[in-house]
Design a protein around this ligand. Structure first.
Ligand SMILES: CC(C)(COP(=O)(O)OP(=O)(O)OC[C@H]1O[C@@H](n2cnc3c(N)ncnc32)[C@H](O)[C@@H]1OP(=O)(O)O)[C@@H](O)C(=O)NCCC(=O)NCCS
Length: 176
């Protein structure tokens, strides 16, 4: 996949969203019916990746603020997560950015676009530094969990292992 053909734009009220379809109907619906409302209410910001040659939306993702919090029932998880954080900086909450939605156009699935999106998010939050943000979080659909694992995300807890989505996180300190 030639990523130089792609441009990333932030959704705005007057954006005409180019055709998009992925395997998850909810995610198709969100892009066309809900993303602008979420943005207007300052609940999530959506970005689109467009293919300049094909006039389609290749992928989109939505971001919102989040935090990872200590849970007394999950001391092991917290100890593991803290290992990477120097003692004086250890807290009971850490700032995070949540991937509220991420989807790749089915015509482009499996070509590395999803990984490209995640790398861009990791890069943005470790270089621009407009705010402190240590982790990326995502409530991953079970079907997408292996994709996030391949991109360095880990499960936060086993308590949600039978749920439809599982909380996963990526420590931005691990992004070189
Ligand atoms: C999940 C999704 C975002 C992955 O994007 P993608 O562009 O297809 O992923 P990539 O090509 O970057 O794949 C990276 C690696 O993850 C693997 N992978 C991707 N999706 C996978 C899946 N659903 N199950 C298992 N492995 C998967 C790829 O095989 C690849 O492995 P490799 O490095 O060994 O070759 C995309 O398929 C999609 O939009 N799916 C429908 C919507 C969805 O589930 N979104 C996530 C909501 S939480």
């Amino acid at each position: 996949m030639d990523f130089t053909r792609l441009i990333q734009i932030q959704l705005s009220d007057d954006t005409e969203i180019k055709p998009f379809r992925c395997a998850e109907d909810d995610l198709n619906g969100f892009l066309f019916d809900d993303a602008k409302h979420f943005q207007k209410e300052l609940m999530a910001v959506t970005y689109l990746l467009e293919d300049l040659q094909e006039n389609v939306t290749v992928a989109y993702f939505s971001l919102l603020a989040d935090k990872i919090s200590f849970n007394p029932d999950e001391r092991n998880v917290w100890n593991r997560l803290n290992r990477n954080i120097p003692n004086p900086k250890r807290r009971r909450n850490y700032p995070a950015v949540k991937i509220g939605r991420l989807a790749v156009n089915e015509k482009y699935a499996g070509t590395g676009v999803g990984t490209f999106v995640l790398d861009n998010i990791k890069y943005a939050f470790t270089t621009v530094k407009r705010l402190g943000c240590r982790f990326i979080t995502v409530d991953a659909l079970m079907s997408a969990a292996p994709f996030y694992e391949k991109n360095g995300f880990r499960f936060f807890t086993d308590l949600d292992k039978d749920e439809e989505t599982r909380l996963m996180f990526f420590d931005l300190k691990n992004f070189a």
